[in-house]
Ligand binder design. Sequence first.
Ligand code: SF4
Ligand code: SF4
Length: 453
Amino acid sequence: MNILEAIERSGVVGCGGAGFPTHAKLMSGVEYFIVNGVECEPLLRTDRYIMRHFADKIISAIERTGDEIGAVHCIIALKESYSEEIHALRSAADAAKSRVSLHFLRSFYPAGDEQTIVYEVTGRVVPPAGIPLDVGCVVSNVATMLAVYDAISDRPLIHKYLTVSGEVETPTIADAPIGAPLESCLSLAGGASIDDYCVLLGGPMMGRIISKEEFPSMVVTKTMSGMIVLPQKSRLANIQRMSREQMAVRARASCIRCSQCSQLCPRNLLGHPLEPHKIMRSLALCGDLQALPMNDAIVRSAALCCECGICELIACPMDLQPRRVNAALRKMLAEAGIRYKKGDGQRSPHPFRDMRKISTVRAAARTGVYRFQHIRIDRLAEARPKRVILPMSQHIGAPCEPLLRPGDEVKRGQLIASSPQGRLGSCIHASIDGIVEIASGSMTISSDGRRCN
Ligand code: SF4
Ligand code: SF4
């Protein structure tokens, strides 16, 4: 079995993003194999922990994967300020006489964005609506490489390292089986240190707010990298609670056409024809998202947005929501079957791009999490739930189909679900020993003998 087959068989998906199946992403014949160790979201510390503690495994996985796909260059991109991680990776690469090299970036957001990292490392611009492969690159991340190391050793992806930070008693890296209740991870950090809280899944810039009431039903998935506890009344929570109608009314009433959102937009700075201020102007004129003409070139450019959040959390002086407007339009464009033509409207990167980068510290300050920004997390704690719930769709592609029946007994690491034959997808393995229950869209494994419902 070659490495790509081992990766597919182990159910490895991109651990730092939307969960694209890794075996399908690693194309042969690329020039650059870039591994993202930037972790640009303020407060997330998972990748840094992994780089410090598993540097030898990461180097080994990159080397072997790079050889398998015939990559000319194998590069880990990380921030120049990550001195301990740089030392660990350099030592591991030297000890293994590895060809894997390091590329250093300034501490800015979103340095870890796939298209930004490609430009920073190679000087090549991924075309609008394109992918790194269009310019000879494949991008993965360090957590995925750790999962690849396990896959090569015939160990499936069944657990995750997660940052648990913010308003908690002891910021912690949780080591949790996939499907574990997020509450069990929060308990490892001593629980929330405030009463009226909500939980941000992911980082402050791109994460999703979960209410205290919704939280008990949430579980660890393959793509999660951390959670941050915040006050219920934080700015981030207030923005995410806003309805589409409120966003439109506010755009109409308050957008001053200053174009700050476009001037700081990282995709615009790369030369993509995305100008959120024009989208907001169109929305202000129409007054309603539904009334916007989907075939209009300005509206279609919303498809180029990576939802980094700079426009609404940092740039806009009026506290408007260009990112959320773009996200809604992207969904509407996809539903209407309107695709952006690859490369359309491509320009050169903006000459002021370097000057307009947003420092990570500023991103932390603007999102209200600055006081947690300098916390170093080296405490690891393991979650051992008696019950896990495994969603059948934790990846891009077709949802998995269960391979077992209710009441079957499974062992940790056993294959329990796979994607339909011939469809893009990824398989799922049991993350604990126990008895299986099947519900619509998920499988539950209980090790305590209790039935689920
Ligand atoms: S979220 Fe805003 S700043 Fe980020 S890519 Fe989209 S439009 Fe640009
Ligand atoms: S930054 Fe805000 S106010 Fe200025 S153009 Fe963009 S949405 Fe309008």
